[in-house]
Design a binder for this molecule. Structure first.
Ligand code: F6P
Length: 401
């Protein structure tokens, strides 16, 4: 018997049409959705009705561009970022794209004030529109009250997109990321395990409250850790509410847990090479790949979008995945990013992207960075700064202890 995926994402083509009163909201939502899709390996592209010189692209040409792009392999979501589009334009777009077997989903994001007009009139006309053989798929989100109105959302991809949009908190906030302090296993060059902090790791834990308080002042903060000892010990002195997530535990190295990279190279040479060749997809025997980690932390990302200020204390591989989500780092590159110990990373979402600040402490720590093609730990990984390390800004604050 063969199993058929009835509503998988593979064969679905979806045109997401953004309707907002405010250009900034549209820009913010569009860039967030694009990043989210990319992170989940859903191929997505934004289409505008103006070219880079600001010259209008004719409606028919725009439709042709979208339909042509959908003919390429694995294309799943087109986001239409158009000027002056209204929900009442929905039937026109829907019937055109439906001819090419492309679903449409309208995402309207409006102020509560505006809702009386925009909600009642167009929706009535939409539902009574005779040209529509099928009702339109849309979601209307009210900005202040956060009320939502959802119509005909019927597949997994659409539901997932709506759930994501619903969770986005547009308020100003920052996210701080830190690896745990240096651990005993880090000193021994062993991966995985559940060891405690080294004396230098404990110093970092003691410094962290000052470092964070200087950053956050009186604002509220919640601290998330993994369930492993080294992250909890790092969070120990922080005077904020804490939450331990199993989903934030380090990438599971399976049979290699507790080994050094040298031991892995000797004992499992083929696996060692396979991991270097495709570090994102390689799954440790009895363990996980980076792709697995991305899947398991998706609920964390969703909750992170809902929250205000959060400090996440977790592990090298998990932090690479979180960082890749915010900084739009391609999958092939994310497992090779440098995320040093004893460094706090501040991410501040803006309308155009995310501002990054790295706050480096002067508490020494070993490197845990293994270069491609070798089992050696690189002694000075900060020199290997990835092009995604400081997209907007890098600040090094040396803290005296
Ligand atoms: O060495 C520290 C560590 O967190 C290990 O526990 C983990 O296996 C490793 O980093 C992940 O990094 P990489 O994917 O580069 O091996």
């Amino acid at each position: 018997m063969t199993l058929k995926i009835v509503d998988g994402m593979e064969n679905k083509k979806l045109c997401l049409i953004m309707v907002t009163e405010d250009e900034r909201d549209k820009c913010f939502l569009t860039q967030k959705l694009t990043r989210y899709m990319g992170w989940l390996a859903i191929r997505c592209k934004v289409f505008k009705d103006r070219d880079i010189q600001g010259i209008e692209i004719k409606f028919d040409d725009l439709v042709t561009n979208v339909c042509e792009w959908f003919k390429e392999e694995h294309t799943t979501v087109a986001i239409l970022d158009l000027e002056n589009i209204k929900l009442s334009d929905g039937p026109k777009y829907d019937s055109i794209f439906r001819r090419d077997h492309i679903d449409t989903l309208f995402v309207e994001y409006i102020g509560d004030e505006a809702n009386q007009d925009t909600l009642s009139t167009p929706l009535e006309s939409i539902t009574s529109n005779k040209e529509l053989t099928d009702p339109l798929s849309y979601v209307v989100l009210r900005k202040e009250s956060k009320d939502i109105l959802v119509n005909k959302v019927e597949n997994y991809l659409q539901t997932r997109i709506i759930f994501y949009v619903l969770n986005i908190n547009m308020e100003n906030k920052s996210i701080w990321l830190s690896r745990h302090g240096e651990s005993v296993f880090n000193l021994e060059e062993k991966i995985g395990g559940d060891s405690s902090l080294s004396p230098r790791g404990q110093k970092y834990a003691q410094l962290l409250p000052d470092l964070i308080t200087k950053e956050i002042g009186e604002s509220p903060l919640i601290v998330w850790t993994s369930t492993l000892r080294r992250t909890q010990e790092t969070a120990k002195y922080l005077p904020y509410k804490k939450l331990a997530w199993k989903a934030l535990d380090e990438l599971d190295a399976g049979v290699c847990d507790g080994m050094t990279y040298k031991e892995i190279e000797e004992e499992y040479p083929e696996d060692f090479k396979a991991r270097d060749d495709d570090k994102y997809q390689y799954r440790y025997r009895g363990g996980e790949s980076y792709a697995d980690v991305v899947n398991r932390i998706e609920p964390v990302i969703m909750e992170l979008e809902r929250q205000e200020n959060v400090l996440i204390i977790t592990h090298q591989a998990v932090l690479r995945c979180i960082y890749a989500y915010f900084m739009n780092v391609p999958q092939g590159e994310s497992p090779w990013m440098t995320i040093p110990l004893h460094t706090l990373i501040k991410l501040t979402p803006t309308t155009d992207g995310v501002k990054v600040t790295r706050i480096k402490t002067d508490i020494p720590a070993v490197s845990t960075y293994k270069e491609k093609g070798s089992s050696d730990i690189t002694s000075n990984p900060s020199n290997l700064s990835s092009k995604y390390a400081n997209i907007l800004e890098e600040v090094s604050t040396i803290q005296k202890i």
